[in-house]
Design a protein around this ligand. Structure first.
Ligand SMILES: Cc1cc2nc3c(=O)[nH]c(=O)nc-3n(C[C@H](O)[C@H](O)[C@H](O)COP(=O)(O)OP(=O)(O)OC[C@H]3O[C@@H](n4cnc5c(N)ncnc54)[C@H](O)[C@@H]3O)c2cc1C
Length: 388
């Protein structure tokens, strides 16, 4: 049982081989001796680092550079199961995947978020997204080949993964077009469903991003919800129509179907957790990362960001290891985190702070610098070389 320590070998099952899942599995493997099994389950055979997709889009990375086979974790003693998780029973901690069942003593759910481009009619058919690796790969030659026209960048809902990404996408597209000398002939407009960039981080961060967009002559329209798309034209909730030659979007998200259909999916399909321990209401079951919904005092949830999935993974892994070793669990996720904001030309800003602060997150922003860009590159390299 999850709560009974002793000499018995235990099985920890981690669902999801993304940022949270891989970080949790690695940490568990380091903290537990080999008697105990660490099993990682993921649908795709590869891990790819989403924070680098924007560089794939802008031609600064190949898909290969940001992808690693999950099976490489096996050399460290992590059992990797490539299968679709079909059902989760959190009461018995039994998972059905690829038609087989496995029962865990401790279960970590890190299945991310599903994209819901289908929520906006025509979006997937007429637009491209950098939110998937294949989408970023398709965008790269289109941006490179653009010599004139209009690029419309949209966030298709106020809730999406990584609050910085759509703003970074517009800035990196701008930088790519400036590099190829065609920016004067290509108009870039960013229409966002949300009222301000990275609003959860507070007005200072929002204002800093708005000012960078203005400096780069990127037309910005907040609180402008896209409702449907046809060939070359996007319609918005206020009835306005925006023409485009290339539509680049951040899709809405929904909870992973298997989570929403399980008893874990209580908050519009997302998992409710203790915000410090990431424990669910089911003993021995934890949820981390994008598939959780952690309300903040400002009425918005903790952003879906890898930095939080990573921090939460370490807390959960440490506490599971302590339970198995019969020790008091002391690790707590404290809501601290930071996010790089790539602005192009080898520079990035950085917003960081305490997202659990009361009455509102206490986040400061650093102006774009080369140092911050190299900070993001260093983090990427650490993930690709040391996590996998
Ligand atoms: C373009 C982009 C840029 C980003 N940039 C940043 C950034 O700079 N900084 C930052 O902090 N965050 C960034 N993020 C957000 C970050 O990538 C996510 O918040 C993070 O990956 C969440 O980790 P996770 O483990 O919760 O989910 P994920 O990393 O998405 O992992 C979930 C895994 O579960 C698998 N899965 C889902 N359902 C099933 C199933 N039924 N069966 C089997 N497997 C399944 C998925 O295939 C996936 O491998 C970015 C995101 C995007 C899209």
């Amino acid at each position: 049982m999850a709560s009974v320590p002793g000499d018995a070998a235990q099985t920890v099952v981690v669902l999801g081989g993304g940022v949270g899942g891989v970080a949790a599995a690695n940490r568990l493997r380091r903290r537990l001796d080999r008697r105990h099994r660490v099993v990682l389950m993921n649908r795709d055979p590869d891990f790819s680092f989403a924070a680098s997709y924007l560089w794939v889009m802008s031609g600064q990375r190949s898909a290969k550079q940001v992808t690693r086979p999950l099976r490489s974790l096996e050399r460290r003693g992590i059992e990797v199961v490539i299968a679709d998780v079909e059902a989760i029973d959190p009461v018995t901690r039994t998972v059905t995947a690829g038609g087989k069942e496995i029962t865990a003593d401790h279960l970590v759910v890190s299945l991310g978020a599903d994209y819901a481009a289908d929520a906006i009619a025509g979006l997937g058919d007429h637009g491209e997204t950098y939110a998937t690796l294949s989408g970023a790969q398709r965008l790269a030659p289109r941006i490179k080949g653009m010599t004139s026209g209009r690029i419309l960048v949209v966030t298709a809902a106020p809730l999406y993964r990584c609050p910085a990404a759509p703003y970074e996408s517009a800035l990196l597209i701008d930088a790519a077009l400036r590099r190829s000398g065609v920016r004067a002939s290509v108009d870039i407009a960013l229409h966002a469903a949300e009222p301000a960039p990275m609003g959860v981080a507070g007005p200072n961060v929002s204002e800093a991003v708005v000012s960078i967009l203005a400096d780069r002559a990127i037309g910005y329209r907040p609180s402008h919800q896209i409702t449907s798309v046809e060939d070359g034209r996007a319609e918005f909730a206020d009835g306005e129509v925006e023409p485009f030659d290339l539509l680049v979007y951040m899709p809405p998200i929904r909870s992973p179907q298997v989570v929403a259909e399980s008893p874990l999916g209580t908050t519009a399909g997302w998992v409710e957790v203790d915000r410090g321990t990431l424990a669910t209401s089911f003993p021995g079951v934890y949820a981390i990362g994008d598939n959780t919904q952690i309300p903040l005092s400002i009425g918005k949830p903790l952003p879906r960001a890898g930095v939080f999935a990573h921090g939460q993974a370490l807390v959960v892994a440490d506490n599971i290891a302590d339970v198995i070793k019969g020790r008091t669990t002391a690790a707590r996720f404290d809501g601290h985190g930071g996010c790089f904001i790539e602005t192009g030309f080898g520079k990035a800003g950085y917003g960081s702070g305490d997202f659990y602060a009361e009455p509102s997150p206490a986040v400061t922003v650093r102006r774009p610098s080369r140092r911050m860009h190299f900070g993001k590159v260093a983090f990427e390299q650490n993930v690709m070389r040391r996590w996998m």
